[in-house]
Design a protein around this ligand. Structure first.
Ligand code: SAM
Length: 288
């Protein structure tokens, strides 16, 4: 089978099947070999690995993943792509295509049934409309994968990697960095897709930490505090937390912040994950 990653081959297949790109499913297919190998090399896959690919499209990445990985399970939501994938992946006997919305899939069950204890990595050129929910599903549900290499909208990648005190630092930065170590692999121009998207992309690797970056007594409380702190970005921490639904009045928040050694006039966007964790444990202890 010819390599799919070229404008000519991709166009030929799309036309032959009369395939219509769906904007709402974020369908922009990769046509650049250089970027394709950056994604695949960045994922550091060996024959020992299992791979979950989200949204294979016409199978452009899948074809190469099949050569590198032990087994690939590709989850595609669009039934119009199934006959195409049947043709393009005909020779790849270690690939299984599942027709499903990845957000509705029982991923724990899938890994148990399909990978028999092999280490599993995720690779995806993600549809922009569901990037964050898909990544957070893997992280929050503690799906046992060692890393995720994802091509996503540049702005979202910037937020995932942002450090405290920068304009991009927010609740998403804390959530992603609580579970993972992000590493930028490459920037991606619009011109490497058919059709061209409106936004620039970035490929990042999220290496899933064995244990979350900080230890807290109550994870939900930690994220309630993070959301409250960033919900009102311009407010001081004291005002943001006391006007949130944490159920603590200004005096109590004052006392807790002082105990945590965090000045009340600081803004949420300056707090490190360690400081958020310490604050969460102080509030936890206060609530008793
Ligand atoms: N991997 C291909 C490539 O790089 O050329 C296609 C990438 S395209 C940006 C995103 C793919 O994800 C499309 O094939 C789309 O149909 C699929 N998709 C969109 N939403 C999905 C979902 N919720 N679950 C599974 N696949 C989805």
């Amino acid at each position: 089978m010819e390599k799919l990653v070229s404008p000519k081959v991709t166009k030929e297949i799309v036309e032959r099947y009369g395939f219509k790109f769906s904007k709402s499913l974020g369908q922009n297919f990769l046509i650049d070999e250089n970027i394709l190998y950056k994604i695949i090399d960045g994922a550091e896959i060996s024959k020992e690995d299992g791979v979950i690919e989200i949204g294979p499209g016409i199978g452009t990445l899948t074809q190469v993943l099949a050569e590198r990985a032990g087994k690939v399970v590709a989850v595609e939501i669009d039934k119009n792509l199934l006959p195409i994938l049947e043709e393009t992946l005909r020779e790849a006997d270690n690939v299984e295509v599942i027709h499903q919305d990845v957000l509705k899939l029982d991923l724990h069950g899938l890994i148990r049934d399909k990978f028999e204890g092999k280490p599993v990595k995720v690779i995806a050129n993600l549809p922009y409309y569901v990037t964050t929910p898909i990544i957070m599903k893997f992280l929050e549900e503690r799906i046992p994968v060692s890393s995720m290499v994802v091509m996503i909208q540049k702005e979202v990648a910037d937020r995932m990697q942002a450090k405290p005190g920068t304009k991009d630092y927010g609740a998403l930065s804390v959530a992603v960095q609580y579970y993972c170590e992000p590493r930028m692999i490459t920037k991606v121009p619009k011109s490497v897709f058919i059709p061209q998207p409106k936004v620039e992309s970035t490929v990042i690797q999220l290496k899933v930490l064995e244990n979350p970056k900080v230890k807290v007594k109550d994870e939900r409380l930690l994220f309630d505090i993070v959301r409250a702190a960033f919900g009102k970005r311009r407010k001081t921490l004291l005002n943001a937390l006391s006007s949130s639904n944490l159920g603590l009045d200004k005096e109590k928040i004052k006392e807790i912040l002082s105990k945590s050694n965090i000045q009340e006039e600081r803004r949420g966007e300056t707090l490190t994950i360690e400081e958020f964790a310490y604050l969460a444990d102080c509030i936890f202890a206060y609530r008793g």
